[in-house]
Design a binder for this molecule. Structure first.
Ligand code: SF4
Length: 210
């Protein structure tokens, strides 16, 4: 099904109404902390990232302090999350680059962000959207699954999904829509057993009752 502009907006309206508080769940007090939290969140839950960053950011609140940190100590602090050794290495290295090249600040620029260790397309988009207020669609596993099930896009991978969503959704709604899809994926459109019966967009979704 190809959705009309009105239907696309209706889907977004319904989801926004259903999840009025949909926002980034990673706790942070600066763009730097957001960047580190997103890097740590790869293949792990936001909840466990929030547990480890509490202590981490108390000890190392900014790029300058984290760049000076001892890697073994950082590993100790974040070891309850997956790939903690690689992630420790990455957040220390990216802090170092921020200090050396950007005076300790996070660059508000996609191309510069993705040059940082551990930062890919999704992380850069989240930082630009949440940290700097740009309109971006970061496609994670929830956004990929939910938008393809609804039928807003029909794509096989995350990059194609992101590009197709940029075509389909009105730009001024990209960032908010991204959070709505994540919340819908977590709360209703589960990977294994979507709760289609209680879904607010079940009447319009292509895969309702799959
Ligand atoms: S109707 Fe089912 S498949 Fe479609 S968005 Fe809702 S929960 Fe997901």
């Amino acid at each position: 099904m190809n959705f009309s502009e009105t239907q696309v907006n209706e889907i977004l309206d319904k989801l926004e109404f259903q999840y009025p508080d949909a926002d980034c769940a990673l706790r942070h007090e600066s763009v730097f902390q957001l960047l580190v939290a997103v890097v740590l969140s790869a293949q792990t839950t936001d909840k466990s990232v929030n547990v480890v960053t509490k202590k981490l950011f108390e000890a190392y609140p900014d790029a300058r302090s984290l760049a000076q940190a001892d890697q073994a100590q950082v590993e100790q602090m974040i070891k309850r999350i997956g790939m903690y050794k690689t992630k420790s290495k990455n957040i220390l290295a990216l802090s170092d680059i921020l200090v050396e090249k950007y005076d300790g600040q996070v660059p508000e620029d996609y191309d510069r962000l993705i040059e940082l260790p551990g930062v890919g397309r999704k992380t850069a988009n989240v930082v630009l959207a949440v940290g700097f207020g740009h309109q971006r669609i970061a496609v994670d596993t929830h956004v990929f699954r939910v938008t393809n099930r609804i039928g807003l896009v029909k794509e096989k991978d995350v990059l194609k999904t992101e590009l197709a969503l940029m075509e389909t959704l009105p730009e001024e709604r990209w960032s908010r829509a991204h959070h709505s899809f994540i919340f819908h994926g977590r709360n209703c459109c589960h990977a294994r057993k979507p709760d289609c019966e209680n879904c607010v967009i079940g009447y319009i979704c292509e895969k309702a009752g799959l």
